[in-house]
Design a protein around this ligand. Structure first.
Ligand SMILES: [Zn+2]
Length: 257
């Protein structure tokens, strides 16, 4: 895999950034990937490296490229337990996506205490994305960005956070708004979801694509979710996905499944 392009990627910017951090002496780097596709390249790059904890939330490999990211993929050798995979059922929406994120990510970061948190915010989880089958709104994507920001301040040394884009194929309606929110949050200058998209940008979009473009920085949703600590339903498909991940990965890190 290291010598070849895959998916729509030639260069793996997260893997290169993490490799550089290690070169500079980092001993613990956490990578959280919420792109709809499995973070297969970063996982492969650090498969046997206990210094890098990779956590990927993605649509289930049964229904989406690259058909990897099963919960049982947990790393090898000294890196056993350093890969965590949460494979979400097709159709997962805001409440399920946020529930899954919070059922897995904070606990792992609280235990690992990374020196740097690297996150990958592919916007292709969105319900309008043409390539995948999750049903997440811009507002839930924004909620996860804010959570990553908070988690960096709480658990990463000095609040160090590298926030990256990723995939995203609804290139007019979703990606520009999603990553604008990400940059705003990372810069401590968050964009109000009720903000109107600048007319000059919409004019540019219309001139280039003959599409009207989105009017506001929100999809009008107010996402909420139920906490894992309040219990789960073994018959629910989303909960089954979370259970599979916790069972496969948590004991390897000395955590209760
Ligand atoms: Zn993707």
């Amino acid at each position: 895999m290291p010598g070849a392009a895959a998916g729509f990627c030639i260069y793996n910017d997260p893997a290169l950034a993490i490799a550089r951090l290690l070169e500079l002496g980092a001993e613990r780097v956490a990578y959280v990937d919420v792109d709809v596709h499995h973070g297969d390249g970063v996982q492969a790059a650090f498969w046997e490296d206990p210094r890098v904890l990779t956590i990927s939330l993605h649509e289930h490999p049964r229904t989406l490229f690259p058909q990897t990211g099963w919960p049982e993929e947990t790393g090898a050798g000294e890196g056993e337990g350093s890969a965590v995979n949460l494979a979400l059922p097709a159709g997962t929406g805001d409440a399920g996506w946020l529930r899954a994120f919070h059922a897995v990510v904070p606990e792992l970061l609280a235990d690992f205490r990374p020196q740097v948190l690297v996150t990958q915010h592919g916007a292709d989880t969105h319900f309008e994305d043409p390539l995948a089958h999750l049903a997440v709104s811009l507002d839930a994507q924004r909620a996860v960005m804010e959570s990553c920001h908070e988690l960096a301040h709480r658990y990463a040394e000095g609040g160090r956070w590298v926030a990256l884009g990723g995939g995203g194929y609804a290139v007019v309606d979703v990606v520009p708004r999603s990553w604008t929110h990400l940059v705003g949050i990372a810069a401590h200058a968050p964009v109000d979801p009720e903000s109107v998209v600048p007319p000059s940008w919409r004019d540019l979009v219309y001139a280039r694509t003959r599409q009207l473009g989105p009017g506001r920085m929100t999809d009008g949703r107010t996402p909420s979710w139920k906490s894992w600590e309040d219990g789960y339903d073994p018959a629910d498909r989303l909960d089954q996905a979370v259970i599979a991940t916790r069972k496969a990965a948590f004991p390897l890190r000395g955590l209760l499944a």
